[in-house]
Design a protein around this ligand. Structure first.
Ligand code: SF4
Ligand code: URA
Length: 238
């Protein structure tokens, strides 16, 4: 085929891809960039704005207790987001999500079961600042607690905007607080995991898969087989 024709076809395919046609994804993995804003490379502007707001936020009490807010890390054009509960000691000190022991396990799950790396997915939390039992002492270990309902309510608009801008195909809710918040249910993670839920965020349709939190897996290694089952579901959706 003459190279001018090849170039025309390539341009056409890129045009279709950037118009959001899911069948046309040359140069990008399937499952990526579903929104027009995202496909046009415009999401970074929006997400950068959200990041700035989070880093300056004092909407709830955690804002004046944290060492560092943790916006989230990874690929902003990904098809898959992992959503945990809230930053812990390591995250608070470093300003990045899932960088402690649970994070190492999460990285391992993502690579061994999905064949992806941290840089291929986007990871964040329900709340962006470290909820502490004793907020006067951020240097204390074993000082984590789950976020309160009020803290979640104050923080959740940031997560909604992240989801709307990233437009993932799949969200993995890690642990009970994350799954319950995203699904608006009081059911526990044991009953929610192993299932797929259809959610919509401002027109963005997402498949939500709840599974156990990696910190819970560190305490209960026998539950790894159930997470393995859940990752098979995730793989089938990507
Ligand atoms: Fe703001 Fe969320 Fe941090 Fe509270 S937890 S101060 S709402 S960013
Ligand atoms: N646990 C979470 O839920 N989030 C983190 O970022 C780290 C540990």
């Amino acid at each position: 085929m003459p190279s001018a024709d090849r170039e025309k076809i390539r341009k056409y395919l890129e045009f279709r891809r950037d118009a959001g046609d899911e069948g046309f994804w040359i140069g990008r993995r399937p499952g990526k960039a579903r929104s027009k804003e995202n496909a046009a490379g415009g999401s970074a502007g929006g997400l950068d704005m959200v990041r700035k707001e989070v880093l300056n936020c004092r909407k709830c009490a955690l804002g004046s207790q944290r060492l560092n807010a943790c916006f989230g890390d990874g690929n902003e054009k990904t098809g898959i987001m992992f959503i945990g509960e809230g930053p812990g000691f390591e995250e608070d000190h470093r300003g990045h999500v899932f960088v402690g022991r649970a994070g190492k396990l999460l990285d391992k799950i993502i690579s061994t079961t999905l064949g992806l790396e941290r840089k291929d997915v986007f990871i964040t939390n329900i709340v962006k600042c470290h909820p502490m039992k004793d907020p006067s002492n951020p240097e204390k270990r074993m000082n984590d607690r789950p976020p309160s309902e009020d803290e979640i309510a104050q923080c959740i608009p940031y997560l909604r905007r992240q989801i709307e801008l990233i437009c993932p195909r799949v969200i993995v809710a890690l642990g009970s607080p994350s799954a319950k918040t995203l699904l608006g249910t009081t059911e526990g993670i044991t009953r929610l995991r192993g299932r797929v839920f259809d959610l919509e965020f401002n027109g963005v349709k997402v498949k939500l898969v709840p599974t156990y939190h990696p910190a819970y897996l560190l305490r209960n290694p026998t539950k790894k087989s159930e997470v393995l089952e859940d990752t098979k579901i995730i793989r089938s959706l990507l």
